[in-house]
Design a binder for this molecule. Structure first.
Ligand SMILES: Nc1nc2c(ncn2[C@@H]2O[C@H](COP(=O)(O)OP(=O)(O)OP(=O)(O)O)[C@@H](O)[C@H]2O)c(=O)[nH]1
Ligand SMILES: [Mg+2]
Length: 318
């Protein structure tokens, strides 16, 4: 397959609706190194180098209200005409079969709305939280949709994992949970771009949590010129999700003003590649490869190439 055919493939997927997108994601999961997968991902990577859709990572402890907020963001973004994809990375789905999450997601994704695509993905433990497949999936979805919402439960490493995949990280804390204090202690204060106190309808407790968050955030100087934005909201309240989207948009605009979006996405690609090599070949594999080039094309093609160099047969094209 040549580059022109791959371009058509991304275009076809845009036209092809949810079934076509689902089939493409399944192909990426099952045969990530097939020629067709690499060509599609290479094209999607190119489209997303500094443009394409906006990727928001929504993370926080279990039960904090991430899915409710994701649903509200989806609705608000669709109301303003944006085409939206949701990827929910579900750590429990191997136990529960993802049934619960699947039910909630179906509500969020009306069958008749072809500009809204929702999918859950089981988390794999190999990379310490997020699925290995999440980054390729996000790369494809951001080439196809205006907005990609990625929900992950914030346990252990996954706050940093989502920062390796999203343009903007939204970290959620719950009123009266001690989350805001944890947030301060755990040193995750520098990871999110936006910190949200959920369930603001709970009143005074939410106000206290917001004050705690602001205090925690105030301890660190702005990172790359961005001060973490803190907001308390109740997802279902009118205008709440719209305000959060506006904050995310201003973070994206900040990245673009500084010409930092392409660099951030390229660095995420390198990080994904390093993790993949580390997982398959250990430190020795990384050493054998030497330093990764500062600028490279699609990390997915690079992985297939590096596998060849490290002596593992690459799957023949499909
Ligand atoms: N009062 C109030 N309850 C909320 C709000 N948002 C979510 N909830 C409730 O909080 C509970 C958890 O909400 P979810 O959206 O499923 O939370 P989650 O973070 O996605 O949960 P996991 O995916 O299981 O980690 C549900 O019972 C929601 O109804 C809110 O703004 N106000
Ligand atoms: Mg959830």
């Amino acid at each position: 397959m040549n580059a022109i055919e791959a371009l058509d493939r991304v275009g076809d997927l845009k036209q092809g609706g949810k079934a076509a997108v689902a089939a493409a994601l399944a192909q990426l999961e099952v045969r990530p190194e097939a020629e067709a997968s690499l060509a599609l991902l290479g094209q999607a990577w190119q489209l997303g180098r500094a443009g394409g859709g906006q990727v928001l990572g929504i993370t926080g402890p279990p039960g904090v209200g991430k899915s409710t907020l994701t649903g509200a963001l989806l609705k608000a973004a669709r109301a303003s005409g944006r085409r939206v994809a949701v990827l929910a990375i579900d750590p429990s789905s191997r136990r529960s079969g993802g049934a619960l999450l699947g039910d909630r997601l179906r509500v969020m994704s009306p069958a008749g709305d072809r500009d809204c695509f929702v999918r859950s993905m089981a988390a794999r433990s190999r990379l310490g939280g997020l699925a290995d497949e999440a980054f390729p999936a996000i790369t494809l979805l951001r080439a196809l949709y205006d907005l990609v919402l990625v929900e992950t439960v914030g346990v252990g490493q996954s706050e940093t994992d989502v920062a390796d995949m999203a343009d903007t990280v939204i970290f959620c804390v719950q009123p009266a949970s001690g989350d805001a204090v944890q947030f301060m202690k755990a040193g995750i204060v520098e990871i999110p771009h936006i910190a949200v106190v959920t369930k603001a309808d709970l009143g005074a407790a939410a106000e206290r949590a917001l004050a705690d968050l602001k205090a925690a955030v105030g301890l660190s100087p702005p990172l790359d010129g961005w001060s973490v934005a803190c907001i308390a909201l109740a997802a279902q309240q009118t205008g709440a999700a719209g305000r959060l989207l506006a904050l995310a948009d201003s973070h994206l605009a900040h990245l673009k003003e500084r010409d930092a979006l392409a660099a951030q996405r390229a660095s995420q690609g390198r990080q994904w590649l390093r993790q993949a090599i580390l997982a398959d070949y250990g430190r020795q594999g990384l050493e054998k490869l030497g330093p990764l080039p500062a600028s490279m094309g699609s990390p997915f093609a690079a992985l297939a190439g590096l596998r060849g160099r490290l002596g593992c047969g690459v799957e023949p094209g499909a």
